[in-house]
Design a protein around this ligand. Structure first.
Ligand SMILES: [Zn+2]
Length: 219
């Protein structure tokens, strides 16, 4: 699979889950910027030290030139017969330029954005039902738990709590940022006819099947 594609969508749209399903299904090289930055930050290199400073200070945005260096370093090792899937990238308009530049350096081109759309009320519903075990970190959704199971982890007995990131004002903030920064990216790819939209309200399997169909039709 030699496609180079991106999966975008709001929080709780399941884009990370879908990207990992596709990675397995089509042997994509998987790139998630947050994890990649954390990985590079551990390296004892000039770039590692630079990234380390950024990821350890909350509120500092990663500049486009750092993104470019990190991507170049990571992607230059990808086998020429392997496609790349970007999870949540490009997140802002200026990163489109980064992406195109790196891919063209590698003799690749960008093929497609899959946008998993999910209405706001479902974003809230999915995230506000989320609970995490305070002891072992297992994640649950109270919609899938009976009343007697809503308090305690079924695996270790730990107390189930709401993550800080899942509190309502945090959800609202991330949704606002998504609309302000990432929707313009999506609209741009739509204009270029490089966008395919998928309804994110279905089950993981349903959404995966639809995206697989799109990818097969492209290759
Ligand atoms: Zn637990």
């Amino acid at each position: 699979m030699l496609l180079n594609i991106s999966i975008l969508g709001p929080q709780a749209s399941g884009k990370g889950t879908q990207a990992r399903i596709l990675k397995k299904r089509f042997n994509f090289f998987y790139v998630e910027m947050g994890a990649l930055l954390r990985e590079i930050a551990k390296e004892n290199s000039p770039l590692g030290k630079r990234v380390n400073k950024i990821v350890n200070q909350e509120g500092i945005l990663v500049s486009d030139d750092v993104i470019e260096l990190v991507l170049e370093k990571k992607l230059s090792g990808v086998k020429s017969d392997q496609g790349i899937i970007f999870d949540g990238f490009p997140r802002i308009s200026s990163q489109i330029k980064n992406l195109n530049k790196i891919l063209s350096k590698l003799g690749r081109k960008f093929d497609l954005v899959v946008f998993i759309d999910l209405p706001d009320e479902l974003v809230y519903e999915r995230i506000s039902g989320r609970r995490i075990c305070s002891k072992c970190g297992l994640i649950y959704n109270i919609a899938n738990l009976s009343d007697s199971d809503k308090e305690k982890c079924q695996s270790c007995g730990g107390k189930l709590i709401i993550r800080k990131d899942d509190q309502e004002e945090k959800i609202e903030r991330r949704l606002r940022i998504f609309k302000k920064e990432t929707l313009p990216v999506i609209n741009l790819y739509r204009e270029k006819k490089m966008l395919r939209e998928v309804d994110g309200t279905g089950s993981i399997e349903e959404v995966a099947k639809e995206i697989e169909g799109i990818i097969k039709s492209k290759s």
